[in-house]
Design a protein around this ligand. Structure first.
Ligand code: NAD
Length: 448
């Protein structure tokens, strides 16, 4: 086989990035998403998600004629050699991963393989519990196609580790590529797909590959929850600053600097569901995941600390106008899935505050959740106007540039809860703005 032709099922964050990425690497790619509006937008060169440079990259892939979006779910299998499954795997109510989308796509691919003459490789890119690829997906494909593994089709687990906001760059330069396979042909085809990359390749069983993904997310979340826990202690010890603690431990090569930025808790579509799924996977096998449980518990409580800081600074939240700066779960994305801003806004509403919000990109997604329960403002200035307290949640660059004078001039009551420590407390205090910072004991803070 020359360069394999690629099809991608599910054009969400992971699927779209890969469809564009592979096309720009010279592969012929055909994508399919069950959502017709999404397909239409992508065809027109409009990215349904925001990420720097993504829309331009999409337009380039389309112009080159190497990315096509199909309207027929069977066509991508028939017109490719490798199909990637990149659909969502949300949490079920018991925390386990809901595999219904994976099941549906596997049936579609199986139907395609049934009428196909050539051998076909099926790659599970979605995050799925160990055993899904070689048990669940393989069985569905065998049943729907009437064909056999590994003679007629191959199967591989190829978990994804991209970071939203940096996804195209991560596609280009992954830290490693994990290939979970049971047969040499599947390994060979997947290796040729990734031949553009110099990253180390780990070849293992599908179940190990699947578990690597969960362990990876659990470890990263644990690092962030750990530093958040230390941040809460720093606030209580005179002279303590969590960023300096993080710097001090980060230089230890066994620990490293990354993922040690304390804040109001972690969000995003993956960690919460993946940690819950990991606990469910372990529970089924009689194994306790105490560290993962503690990681989740710390994260549930952390956003409330920002609300409590505001409440303490204001002496009560009832009837107070609170401005939230930054809604996306991190800068450079419009994704608000499981964002801490949602928990903070909900808690403020529950405590009787008027909530005004601003985000450079994520307002539309936030509106889908809160409708007219809160007030959406077009600029940070409008958000601050007349408010009793501002809570900085997401550290977009735009917010770093807001001078202390502005808070003083625009707010009714200049109190800032800086959950990311992007402002200078000395400077703010000098200008008469009362500032609280998560993870820092501030002498200026002490209430008279
Ligand atoms: P997403 O919700 O953004 O996208 C999933 C897409 O699949 C949607 O557009 C949906 O319409 C489509 N879909 C659902 N059923 C379909 C079907 N039968 N046929 C075709 N399309 C269908 O999800 P995502 O964030 O891209 O995540 C996908 C998977 O990758 C998940 O398992 C996730 O855990 C994993 N993952 C995500 C990230 C991330 O940063 N978002 C990173 C690594 C791994």
């Amino acid at each position: 086989m020359g360069r394999p032709r690629i099809s991608i099922y599910g054009l969400g964050y992971v699927g779209l990035i890969h469809a564009i990425g592979f096309a720009l690497k010279g592969f012929e790619v055909v994508g399919y998403d069950i959502d017709g509006a999404r397909r239409s937008a992508i065809k027109l060169g409009r990215s349904p998600i925001y990420e720097p440079g993504l829309e331009e990259a999409l337009q380039k892939a389309l112009e080159l004629g190497r990315l096509r979006i199909s309207e027929n779910p069977l066509e991508p299998v028939l017109e490719s050699d490798v199909s990637f499954i990149a659909v969502g795997t949300p949490s079920r109510s018991d925390g386990s991963a809901d595999l219904s989308y994976v099941e549906q796509v596997s049936r579609t691919i199986g139907e395609g393989i049934r009428v196909k003459m050539d051998w076909h490789l099926v790659v599970v890119k979605s995050t799925v519990p160990p055993g899904t690829c070689e048990g669940f997906v393989r069985r569905i494909i065998e049943q729907t196609s009437g064909k056999s593994f590994p003679e007629d089709f191959g199967i591989a687990s190829n978990p994804e580790f991209l970071r939203e906001g940096n996804a195209l760059e991560d596609f280009e330069n992954p830290d490693r590529i994990v290939i979970g396979v049971l047969d040499p042909r599947s390994e060979g085809v997947l290796r040729s797909v990734y031949s553009f990359s110099k990253a180390p390749v780990i070849v293992t069983t599908p179940s190990t590959a699947e578990l690597i993904k969960y362990a990876n997310n659990a470890f990263l979340a644990m690092k962030v929850s750990f530093i958040n826990m230390i941040a809460n202690l720093c606030e209580k010890i005179p002279g303590c600053d969590v960023d300096v603690v993080a710097q001090g431990i980060g230089y230890d090569r066994r620990i490293g600097h990354l993922y040690l930025r304390a804040g109001p808790g972690w969000g995003g579509s993956c960690w919460l569901k993946d940690l819950r799924a990991l606990i469910a996977i372990a529970k089924e096998r009689g194994v306790e995941m105490h560290l993962v449980e503690a990681t989740l518990r710390i994260n549930e409580e952390q956003p409330l600390r920002a609300v409590e800081m505001a409440e303490k600074a204001l002496g009560g939240l009832e009837g107070k106008r609170i401005c939230l700066l930054g809604l996306a779960f991190k800068p450079n994305t419009d994704d608000v899935r499981e964002a801490v801003s949602i928990k903070i806004a909900r808690e403020l509403l529950k405590r009787g505050s008027e909530v005004r919000v601003h985000d450079p990109r994520a307002m539309n997604n936030f509106r889908k959740i809160f409708g007219d329960e809160i007030i959406y403002t077009e600029t940070p200035d409008k958000c601050l106007e007349g408010s009793d307290c501002a809570i900085l949640i997401t550290e977009w660059d735009d917010y770093r540039k807001i001078p202390s004078d502005k808070f003083k001039k625009l707010m009714k009551n200049p109190i800032v809860i800086d959950t990311r420590r992007i402002y200078s407390p000395e400077e703010f205090a000098r200008k008469g703005v009362k500032i609280r910072q998560l993870g820092r004991f501030l002498k200026l803070d002490e209430d008279p």
